[in-house]
Design a protein around this ligand. Sequence first.
Ligand SMILES: [Zn+2]
Length: 151
Amino acid sequence: MAKKFICDGMLGRLCRLMRICGIDTEYSNQGIKILLEARREGRIILTKNRRLLNQESTFFIEPDEPLSQIKEVIDKFNLHKEISPFSRCLLCNEKLKPVNKESIKEKVPYFTYKNFDEFAQCERCQRVYWKGTHYQRMMKELKTILDKKIG
Ligand SMILES: [Zn+2]
């Protein structure tokens, strides 16, 4: 079973990076309620809240910089093999489904439609993803810290 995570309110950017890597990660800015949410779904809590330090299944995130944070999480939980970029919605953590180019023609800018061939869509929020410049920049950053060929 792949490990699942939940980030606290101070780790929004880490949460986004985890989703970019395709790792199942929820986000909670409901303070201490994160404990209930984590238990209900069997998630490991990633937190900067020292009050949660002694709770079970909680991992305290020391670094402040998001790229250092994700490196720490990936090393600590040995997630290298689970990294699968372009597979999870950055907004709702849902898995993405590859979609036919024709089917999203009306949903993306013409330039994008014309210049990219590989698209994926979130089944929950319908957002369309493609490997544009933003994606490429993120992958480049991640590669420098993960020391591994990804994407
Ligand atoms: Zn979505």
